[in-house]
Design a protein around this ligand. Structure first.
Ligand SMILES: NC(=O)c1ccc[n+]([C@@H]2O[C@H](COP(=O)([O-])OP(=O)(O)OC[C@H]3O[C@@H](n4cnc5c(N)ncnc54)[C@H](OP(=O)(O)O)[C@@H]3O)[C@@H](O)[C@H]2O)c1
Length: 230
């Protein structure tokens, strides 16, 4: 049975990925900051922005890493963020991703495993009017993932960039999020909002043999929302 570590698997997109991969016979371990008792999957409480993450890789030897943890800050909207907020976003979204990826790669090389990595970025990774630091961290994830793919022949690493997906983060990002939904749908060629299953299905595909020749790529899953946006 293949083992997958999902950083940020405790809720939203990561949790949907956990369910999908369990149904594909993966042994699933999720990581998050919160205490989660009686959780559906193996769960390790760990804040990847500051805790010792070596312990994540001492319990198991994983075949797959999904880095899905992420935070966003409402204060960003004013472009008036302080040093602490910048550090928080960078330490979680980008440094957290790099640290988790590095240890996973070390483990794969040491144990002779052809590992697979999927890092979750965002359609904001080209820049964002409202969330500049978040966008910068997500751009960093994309560049870093491509670097891994080009450097390590035995590691298949790709990025998924979701569009607007209805999760806790969407409500945190946009107050009264529900009011914006009609407008988002209007501007989405697929004429619907994205859901967590859209991302989990893409993960399933990227981990399948059908995607074995795809590495270092960004798969945008946004129903066409970012098409032809000038
Ligand atoms: N929703 C969208 O529209 C959208 C669009 C594009 C990209 N994304 C990306 O998709 C990913 C998942 O987001 P989501 O929408 O599913 O939101 P979510 O439900 O808030 O999920 C974020 C997850 O990250 C975990 N996390 C945050 N900081 C962490 C840390 N320092 N250490 C360990 N775990 C941490 C959280 O765990 P705890 O709950 O335990 O804190 C939570 O389970 C994020 O990277 C986000 O940027 C989302």
């Amino acid at each position: 049975m293949k083992k997958v570590l999902i950083i940020g698997g405790g809720s939203g997109i990561g949790f949907e990925i956990a369910k999908k991969l369990q149904s594909n016979n993966y042994d699933v371990t999720c990581v998050g900051r919160k205490e989660r008792n009686n959780f559906e999957f193996n769960y390790i409480k760990c804040d990847v922005s500051k805790d010792n993450i070596n312990s994540l890789y001492e319990v198991n030897i994983y075949d797959v890493l999904i880095f899905c943890a992420g935070i966003i800050s409402r204060d960003e909207e004013s472009f008036n963020y302080n040093e602490e907020e910048i550090n928080n976003l960078v330490d979680t979204n980008l440094k957290g991703c790099i640290r988790c990826n590095q240890l996973f790669i070390d483990s794969c090389l040491k144990n002779n495993i052809s590992g697979k990595i999927i890092n979750i970025s965002s359609i904001s990774n080209k820049g964002s009017k409202y969330f500049p630091i978040y966008a910068a961290t997500k751009a960093g994830i994309l560049a870093y993932t491509k670097s891994i793919a080009s450097r390590y022949e035995s590691i298949q690493s790709n990025v998924i960039s979701p569009g607007v997906i209805k999760t806790d983060m969407s409500y945190q990002e946009t107050p009264n999020f529900d009011e914006y939904i009609p407008n988002i749908i209007e501007n989405t060629p697929a004429k619907r909002l994205g859901n967590t299953t859209d991302i989990a299905n893409t993960v399933e595909f990227l981990l399948s043999d059908k995607a074995s020749f795809i590495t270092g790529q960004e798969i945008v899953v946004d129903g066409g929302y970012t098409l032809l946006k000038e």
